[in-house]
Design a protein around this ligand. Sequence first.
Ligand SMILES: [Zn+2]
Length: 310
Amino acid sequence: MLPFRLIYHDRYDLNFGAHVFPTVKYKLIRERLLAEKFAEPEDFVVPEPAPEEDLLLVHDADWVRRLKTGTLSYHDIVKLEIPYSRQMVDAFILSAGGTTLACRLALADGIGFNIGGGFHHAFHDHGEGFCAINDMAVAIRRLLREGVLERAMVVDCDVHQGNGTASLFAGDQRVFTISIHQYNNYPAVKPPSDIDIHLPDQTGDEDYVEQLRSKYVPALEGHRPNLVLYVAGADPYYQDQLGGLGLTLAGLKARDRAVMDAALERGVPVAVTLAGGYAFQLEDTVSIHVNTAKAALESLEAAKTGRARS
Ligand SMILES: [Zn+2]
């Protein structure tokens, strides 16, 4: 059995039909992890939907009401860029529950891995770019309120800047946000994170990891969070339909290790969310996310060995 849990629900599938966002990926990741015998059925846990009071720690009550009652405006739906269905809304609310659970399990086990979530383009009063509910913000606000957390850090490595997350935590000293992304890409307007690493088009593996480490490690030591939320987007991949960076499968896994090693070596647990991934070959998106789970195990084992030695 794995030393950490994988959080998954069959209803994570947002079921958009023909859409560039293949939300069937969640199910395929679970199947691949089982087929490769990386995980056993007992390694998976099922989340509960985030309660309304948790959603309201982050989102405007009217936005939540419009989502739940199916009364989004035409403008709301155009900005979301996904077709409305109650199933879609339920999947977002379930994903927020999943990320909250990932954070709790990370605090217990070192890693908590949500095979979902990472909806970083959701703002206080609207959704954008396939994101209606900001699951990381819901989880962080909930755990801050409980007093389980004092300080958190969001490390957003999706190819798109984490505009919703940056906006939601602007001015909140407890939550440090880092986003490393392709500069010439959506969103056109990028509300400032605490650190934004704006990368030029086609940035490759070594440059990417070096730039990430040079900003992230000092921030980790300065902010001293109780928890890192890692947004492990698969879309910095060189074969991504919506991305323009140049990372390979190996480079993406090196990125995963860099984020998780630095945190775990310092005794900081990591909650993982998956975010985007639009590779021309769906199998590649699945491989990238499966590799993140493998990297999590390697980082956890490396940190344990390192601590035992010191
Ligand atoms: Zn993205």
